[in-house]
Design a protein around this ligand. Structure first.
Ligand code: PLP
Length: 429
């Protein structure tokens, strides 16, 4: 999508101009399940993919479409599909390109829910996930074999905020001709556009900073439009698809649609027939949030940097990790990619181990103790006893999670008030 407009302008305008029927300046919410066919031929053409148009809101909806065009523009991709959650965006991405007998190579430092999906659910469906060390791009290559159908990483990982060298992993993906899938939730397209660094597919949880206000759950997958699926090893794209009129996605489509074969198969197979569609009301909430993404992300980043610097000097903090602290182990890689800020997440360990971690969270008053990130409000969580409690101690350690670790999602409040709340709680330890 060649477009000279800057990201700030796209965040406000991409995908919507005043509705010609009503002249509404705001984005209308199309709260409808279904759309009328103009004729029998129109109906038949829509179902045969000969013409694009709305049929049923599980497949497409005009409000959702504005959101999809906007995120496509922000990410610099070719097409996006919005779904009910970030988790559904990840799952539908995997089942769009892999089936039983196939394999995925993934970083291990994943969002807790994604790790459980990869570690415990996909194997039961016959898809093996092999976990590499995100700090060592070469470790991904060692796990790639003839069954690999994709490599999966997050930009800033969980729960420790290590940044993965996207271009190094992308080179490995290119060499072995498998798509690179990047979860960009923690950076958002304002801080990082993974497609510019070699990602073929980007997934985002809209729930977090893109929506930005903790008001709804949603997710989206963006197809860069650059991956060639015609390699016969991608059987789902090359055999007649029983899910869709026997179509061979990498063979039968005209070139402009073949380019976005991933997005088309994602929409027409798992979204259509597994059904994790996004409500247009929630699409509207995310559009409202995205209009200020470029105003919020610099403030999330500068507030988080202040918190990280403060904790790095605090006698009651044993350690602190923030990708934007020059002494942080991930700073050399993160600073190659993140030119607009390092995001809103800070993790640290209060002195006193696990008990201090839990007590610190209970002493906070401005921060909310909950399992979300990317809200306008500051949030705190103790992952070892909550979001990552399903993992074994060994899996927790492999991901870099120590029992004292406190995860902070720094909000848009005044920085002095945020620091005062942290100090009050640390003093009480
Ligand atoms: C939250 C999150 C997800 C899952 O998104 P939901 O919208 O909660 O389903 C996936 N990846 C990352 C990095 C996340 O932070």
């Amino acid at each position: 999508m060649a477009d000279e407009r800057h990201i700030e302008t796209k965040a406000v305008h991409e995908g919507h101009s005043p509705d010609p029927a009503t002249l509404s300046r705001g984005v209308p919410v199309y709260r409808t399940s279904s759309f009328v066919f103009k004729s029998a031929k129109h109906a038949a053409d829509l179902f045969a993919l000969k013409e694009f148009g709305n049929i049923y809101s599980r497949l497409t909806n005009p409000t959702n479409e504005i959101l999809e065009i906007r995120v496509t523009g922000l990410e610099g991709g070719a097409a996006s599909v919005a779904v009910a959650s970030g988790t559904a965006a990840v799952f539908n991405t995997i089942v769009t390109l892999a089936k039983a007998g196939d394999e995925i190579v993934s970083a291990a430092n994943l969002y807790g829910g994604t790790f459980t999906m990869f570690d415990a659910i996909l194997p039961d469906l016959g898809i093996t996930v092999r976990f590499a060390d995100h700090r060592d791009p070469g470790s991904f290559e060692k796990l790639v074999n003839g069954k690999t159908r994709g490599i999966y990483i997050e930009t800033i990982g969980n729960p420790v905020l290590d940044f993965t060298d996207i271009e190094a992993v992308s080179k490995i993906a290119r060499k072995h001709h498998v798509p690179l899938i990047v979860d960009g939730t923690f950076t958002t397209p304002y801080l990082l556009r993974a497609i510019e660094h070699g990602a073929d597919i980007v997934v985002n949880s809209l729930t977090k900073w893109l929506g930005g206000h903790g008001a709804a759950i949603g997710g989206i997958a963006t197809d860069a439009g650059t991956f060639d699926w015609s390699d016969p090893k991608f059987e789902l794209f090359n055999r007649p698809d029983r899910n869709y009129h026997g179509l061979r996605w990498a063979v039968d489509l005209p070139p402009d649609l073949r380019k976005i074969a991933f997005a088309l198969r994602f929409r027409t197979v798992p979204l259509r027939n597994l059904g994790a569609c996004l409500s247009p009301d929630n699409a509207w909430i995310f559009l409202q949030g995205i209009e200020t993404l470029h105003v919020r992300m610099p403030l999330h980043s500068s507030n988080a940097l202040k918190v990280a610097e403060h904790l790095s000097r605090h006698p009651k903090a044993a350690w602190v990790r923030y990708p934007g602290l020059p002494g942080d182990p991930t700073f050399p890689v993160a600073s190659m990619y993140l030119k607009m800020g390092f995001g809103g997440m800070v993790v640290f360990g209060p002195r006193g181990g696990r008990a201090a971690g839990e007590k610190f969270i209970e002493g906070l008053t401005l921060f909310s103790h909950l399992a979300n990130v990317g809200d306008a409000r500051s949030l705190a969580l103790h992952p070892a006893s909550t979001s990552h409690s399903q993992l074994t101690d060994e899996q927790q350690r492999a991901g870099g999670l120590s029992p004292d670790l406190v995860r902070l999602s720094i909000g848009l409040e005044n920085a002095e008030d945020i620091l005062a709340d942290i100090d009050r709680s640390l003093e009480s330890l």
